[in-house]
Every structure is written in structure tokens, then in C-alpha cells.
Design a binder for this molecule. Sequence first.
Ligand code: SF4
Ligand code: SF4
Length: 338
Amino acid sequence: MAIPLQQALKVGAYVMQKKWKKEDRYPLVLMLEPLFRCNLECAGCGKIQYPEEILKKRLTPEECFHAVEECGAPVVTIAGGEPLIHPEIVEIVSGMIERKKFVYLCSNGILLEKYIDRFSPSPYLTFSIHLDGLQETHDRLVCREGVFDMAVRAIRAATARGFRVTTNTTVFEGEDPAEIRKFFDYVKELGVNGMMISPGYSYDWAPDQEHFLKKDRTRNLFRMILADRAGKGWNFNHSPFYLDFLEGERDYDCTPWGSPNYSVLGWQRPCYLLNEGYASSFRELMEDTDWSKYGPSSGHAKCRDCMVHCGFEPSAVGDATSSIKNTLRSISSLLPAG
Ligand code: SF4
Ligand code: SF4
């Protein structure tokens, strides 16, 4: 099952509770970036371009726990940079699990085999491994040969020890849909619990600016990639409505407060993709951000073509509880595919 039943029930109950309380804006997933440093230099990365004085900063476990408690989201994605470089990452993850948060620990996989025995399998912990395609494509996109093989070894080691594992794939302009479909078949055979996909976002400061998708091209490409997906046995770690959105079958505005971002720089406005200032507390982020300035309908130039999961998956999750029909479809999507 892509999303554990325990997580789906907890998130569903959390959303219903917020709706009953008539809270319009609430977080679903805290995007925690305890450091920006990485052991790779991918061409499309918007994080490793920070100056050295920021790259050497790290959040302490206490700062991470404080952010989790302030925010209250049921799911925490720990990204970066490469979180496994953080010397206190085991303590950070354990503290989140003690707080009954569903943790997605992102990694490029290079260090996972080495450090895996420091962690224990739990329904609250999922390793989310960055894998952007089959061997040649992935190694080209991460700008280093051999990384695909290391990531695959890490996935095998983690699944063999009983850990939950998902893959995390960014789709860029010019990619071959047939190859991505083969890649999904390959990942399925690796026995992962789920796959995550998102179109790339054009960070102004990323070195490669040529290969980011515009909205119509995103929809066309995802229509080809996801064609007949129901019969393929692919388990996606997404709401089925987000996949419909990628294919252009539904349209949503962005819900940037659904995935707030906390990093060594503070609470980032309005989302982890844009740099429009930082708030010193979660409350300040929620109350003092002019949310009407963001999302495709706002006319913000940087939001116009964005379809990235951090902004639109929360919109899709909100849609999942908008009618009984949608709720039933969401529940049926939790059953294993194939
Ligand atoms: S692995 Fe992730 S954080 Fe590291 S350089 Fe690549 S995209 Fe950036
Ligand atoms: S549309 Fe994209 S860039 Fe704009 S606020 Fe939403 S997630 Fe961020």
C-alpha cells in the first residue's frame, strides 16, 4: 500500500477536524530542511547554491521539534540538502516518531546503506529516495556516474530490512515518456511501497534553466506518462486527484500553506520554491503572509506554470473530502494497485 492505512486514517481525521472547525488554512505536510548542504550537485537543484555561511548552518534537534510542534502537521518531510549528512539526523527522526508524526526522510541514497542500521523500521518512517529515471538519465541529471546504482542498492537494503521506501522523481522538459513508463515498471519490481512524481520547478538560481516544463507541456507529458495507469500496477504515493491534475483532467489553485517550509533560514514565504522572505514563527507565517499574492490565479509570474506537488497535492487532498464520491475514490486508491 503506497500510503499506510494508519497514515491515511490519521490525515483523513485531521482534515475532517479542520473542516468541522471551519479552519480554511491548515498545514498537512511540514517540509523540514535541517541543512542545505549536499553530497551531490544536481543541475536543477535550488538549494545547494546558497553561500558557504548558509551551507554550513544546521538546525538542532530541538529547533526541529519546536517547528513540528508549532506547525502541528501530521506528516513531516525531511529534505535539504542531504539529510543523512546531518550528524543528529537519527535523533531528529526518532523525536518526530515519538511525536507520532509520519516522517518521509528524503535521501539521494548515497549514504543510506552505510547508515541504515542506525534506524529502525516503523510505520511512521519512510525513506524517500531521489531517483529521476533509469541509470543513464538519473546519473546525467544528478551530474555524477554511479549514483543510480548506489540509490538502487540502498532501496534494496532498506526494503530487505523491512523499511517503508518510496521513490521521489522530478520530471523535466524533454524527457521521454516511454522511458519514464519503463522506469516506473522497474521501480515497481524493486518492491517499493510507492512512487512520488512532480514536474520540476524553475528556481531562478538553479544552474540549469532550460529544462523546466511550462503548464501545457507538463499536462501533455504527464498524459503520455500516466496513460492507462490503472492497469499498470504502479503505486503512487499521491492523491489520485493530484495525478488527474497533472494530466489536465482537473484544475486547482495552489494551497501553499498546506506544505509549509522550515529551514535554517526560518519559515519560508510562501512555499519552499519561492524566496519571498521568512517569518520567525509558524503563526507569523500563517497570519502575516498575503496568500492572495500566490498561486496561478494570483497572476504571480513565478506561480503561473507551477504544478509542483507541494502546492497542489494539498489542494487535491482537500478535493478528496469535497464529496462522498471523491472520498470513496480516495479510499479505493489506498488499495494496492495491479
Ligand atoms: S540530491 Fe537533492 S539536495 Fe542534493 S544536489 Fe541533488 S537535488 Fe539538490
Ligand atoms: S504556485 Fe508553486 S511557486 Fe507559487 S506558491 Fe504555489 S507552490 Fe509556490
